[in-house]
Design a protein around this ligand. Sequence first.
Ligand SMILES: C[S@@+](CC[C@H](N)C(=O)[O-])C[C@H]1O[C@@H](n2cnc3c(N)ncnc32)[C@H](O)[C@@H]1O
Length: 276
Amino acid sequence: MPDISPITRVVVPGPTPDLSPDLSLVVSRPMSWDAIPGTMLPMSAASTPDPTLRPDIDWFDWHAPYGDPGSELSRRLQVVQGHIRRALSERAPGPIRVVSLCAGQGLDLIGVLADHPRRSDVSARLVELDPRNVAIAREGVAATGLSSVEVVAGDAAVTDAYAGAVPADLVLCCGVFGNVSDEDIAHTVATLPQLCAPDAVVVWTRHRAAPDATPQIRAWFADAGFEERGFDSGTPGVDGESFGVGCHVLRATPSPLRTGVRMFRFVRPGRARHLT
Ligand SMILES: C[S@@+](CC[C@H](N)C(=O)[O-])C[C@H]1O[C@@H](n2cnc3c(N)ncnc32)[C@H](O)[C@@H]1O
């Protein structure tokens, strides 16, 4: 288990041993989620996870490079957290709502909230499918004393996951666009205004391996009524395939949430990418 505390300032213990270590088993038998205490999304036909959920990648192991402060993933995390910090700091006084799609272990948001002056204003919903990551995120939330952050075990791709948690002031969509088709990226970006409050900030990531999809993704954000606040990349040659981190602010009028809509499906890209 990597020591992630230098990056996130959250003490994260190892995985809960009685949870299935095999995400593909969980996906094919979602009732095994009953083993996880805490909030779960109701399983319906619309929200049943797609069985093509990239069984080529172990989504618990994927987080291991966060334990190395010099890793590409850790450098990406620093950029993401910078945008989160700024978004929280700039929000008008009062409650701040946050949602995180495919939240993983929640390191980005939990790490910022550990010492952010607005932490008591924040209520958040993190949605993640892998029960081992859910357990770690919940442990991070508890260790950080964040009573208004819930970690939901469920399918983040379906808009139902956000009922009651949106419109959000900050939407995190990190580690998603590298795992889904271009059509699904476009559809997701077009749907994001349904999750957003006025002037909401969206932070997203995508690797920049050829063919680099980030110029098109940024164009889709513009089409959906977002203004670009920032776009940062890793250093080619230093950061392997090089990460991309985008930050966009919704300038168009937000749309009401329509439940029952699937935004994306994780797909196999042909080879496992480390950075997504
Ligand atoms: C590339 S990781 C990103 C994790 C985190 N957002 C980060 O950037 O550190 C993708 C995560 O999405 C989760 N995941 C995949 N499909 C999902 C779905 N349909 N709903 C919720 N989580 C999903 C995986 O279990 C994995 O933890």
